[in-house]
Design a protein around this ligand. Structure first.
Ligand code: Q46
Ligand code: ZN
Ligand code: ZN
Length: 302
């Protein structure tokens, strides 16, 4: 099949747009989506120090490469990468190696922060002790670790590799839980005490970040975390993927609906009144933050 924009062979058929694209036009399309999100949601300002959450997986590596190539000639913008070592044996060591390699190639300062140092336990140990899915601990502890480290490094933005699929899953997961208030708060980018988050890949489907990584020959591993298939998110992911095949554009439609919904809901759901956690001092909505609650469950004394 030929590319719809030139005479070269197509490497992708985007069912949701109806387009066939060759290598060059596909790469441009992904980069255009990233530029659009950055502009539309005013993600980057003059003088920003952007900390990238870099796991070494495909999404975060693609994110760093694209944003770096877009802004590398701007002397006022600085980049830092933060990798979180959750302590997932047999998996994280490999992706950290890739993350190090990527930062070396792009000449970017790379900081590694581990759960063991921060909380006294690895995620493998938490999985043994905890009553909940390891991803519950991992998500909460990773958010805190990233925020803490970004703050310590003086970052003004924290960029994460969440792509369209991740965002659509989060929306659907919270809708199904009936927790729309939490959803609006979760998705809001600015909260007092937290480094503002940006998600420049929010309009790029996961399959396209993978293809972009292959097309650009980026050094990444396509391995999955061993815990990835035992969460509610995994069920939602599979369900959404089936819908996307049968009804192309479902994930975009879901995000579009959510964007419209938040516009109205933000007026109803007042700004988050964050207080300081009475145990650790981190920002929280209640008396004790989620991290401290979970640390208590797994019996860590940090
Ligand atoms: S790293 Fe952590 Fe993910 Fe592994 S334990 Fe779950 S949340 S699946 S993005
Ligand atoms: Zn083309
Ligand atoms: Zn706390």
């Amino acid at each position: 099949m030929k590319c719809d924009k030139c005479f070269h062979g197509a490497i992708i058929h985007q069912k949701y747009s109806g387009m066939h694209l060759c290598k060059r036009h596909f790469e441009r399309d992904v980069e255009r989506k990233v530029k659009y999100s950055i502009r539309r949601y005013k993600m980057i300002d003059q003088g920003d120090i952007i900390a990238f959450a870099l796991s070494g997986g495909k999404d975060s590596t693609v994110l760093l490469h694209i944003v770096h190539s877009l802004f590398k000639d701007r002397p006022d913008i600085r980049f830092i990468a933060i990798s979180v070592d959750e302590g997932i044996s047999g998996y994280r060591e490999k992706t950290l190696k890739t993350a190090k390699q990527v930062c070396k190639e792009l000449n970017i300062l790379h900081e590694i922060a581990s759960f063991e140092d921060q909380f006294g336990l690895t995620i493998d140990q938490m999985a043994d002790r905890g009553e909940r899915s390891p991803c519950t601990y991992c998500g909460v502890f990773r958010r805190l670790t990233l925020n803490r480290t970004a703050k310590e490094l003086g970052a003004t933005k924290l960029a994460t590799g969440h792509c369209l699929d991740d965002e659509a899953q989060t929306v659907l997961m919270n809708l199904l839980r009936g927790d729309i208030e939490r959803l609006v708060r979760l998705m809001s980018t600015k909260k007092p005490g937290l480094v503002p988050r940006i998600k420049p890949l929010r309009n790029v489907p996961e399959k396209e970040t993978a293809l972009y990584a292959l097309s650009k020959e980026l050094p990444i591993l396509f391995e999955e975390c061993p815990y990835a298939n035992i969460s509610l998110r995994a069920e939602i992911r599979d369900m959404l993927n089936v819908f996307e095949v049968n009804h192309p554009g479902t994930k975009y439609s879901l995000m579009k609906s959510f964007d419209i919904l938040t516009k109205y809901l933000k007026k109803e759901i007042k700004g988050v009144d964050l207080r300081r956690c009475s145990i650790c001092g981190e920002p929280t909505m209640g008396d004790i933050c989620q991290t401290c609650k979970l640390l208590k469950i797994i019996g860590s004394h940090r």
